[in-house]
Design a protein around this ligand. Sequence first.
Ligand code: SAM
Length: 284
Amino acid sequence: MVMRELPPLREMIAEYGLRADKSFGQHFLLDLNLTAKIASLCGTVTDAVLIEVGPGPGGLTRPLLALSPKRMVALEMDARFIPALEATGDAFDVPFSVIQGDALKADEAGIAAGEPCVIASNLPYNVGTALLIKWLKADPLFWRRMVLMFQKEVAERVVAPTGSKAYGRLAILTAAVASARIALKAPARAFTPPPKVDSAVVVFEPLADDKRFRDLAALEVVTESAFGQRRKTLRKSLGVAAGKAGTSAEALLTAAGIDPGARAETISPEGFFKLAEAWRAART
Ligand code: SAM
């Protein structure tokens, strides 16, 4: 529920002197229709802790607060935004706090404190992939939905089907943990200042517990090795991962039931889960 009217976002940006700083990957969303659409992808959050990463001047923060989450926490690295974000929070009847710091080092599971959690973010491009991997690797998985804006190419890599050009480590790590879909596309001109590339919002929902593949550390090793030289056959490209486990690529592939003459992009996520299991078994 809104407690009091906020000044229009552009006025607030001018009042607080919030110029976009490229070194923080800042491109602001000022289009209220778009931010409302992104917020609506969070679903019902009245029972949940909503974490927004990189709120900047608060264009997405406003419609997120309007969803009336049980509690909301904003993680922002750039101290200049904190006063404007606090004023934004004060206008809503929602327990709201802003934490200043680097989201890569934040303890989001601790912030959620065992309550259902939804993460929403217009991610800074330079840290988007690292943050996604951090949240996919969280064990136990503390979030029940993530609504994340990426540059379009990254979003396409996240949802890429087996055999496609964009298929690789990101699609496979995602498939181990969640279902993911591109829910919305946003052209570069939707941002102020416009970045060089278009963006897209991906919605992630965790798979059921018994459907999840949990050894993401092993999965990272085998996918990095396999896609590091994606044009080569797995017999060749898996050499790095096999070396780390003190075995041969051939032995790992045989154990996983995969043709050593195949290329990485033709192997389904399930094939890579088997490969990760074989790698772990050889390692221990
Ligand atoms: N969400 C706002 C919007 O849509 O207008 C701003 C988006 S801007 C692309 C990314 C924001 O993330 C900036 O406010 C930037 O300061 C912040 N940021 C960058 N790196 C960060 C990090 N490692 N941890 C937390 N926030 C970060």
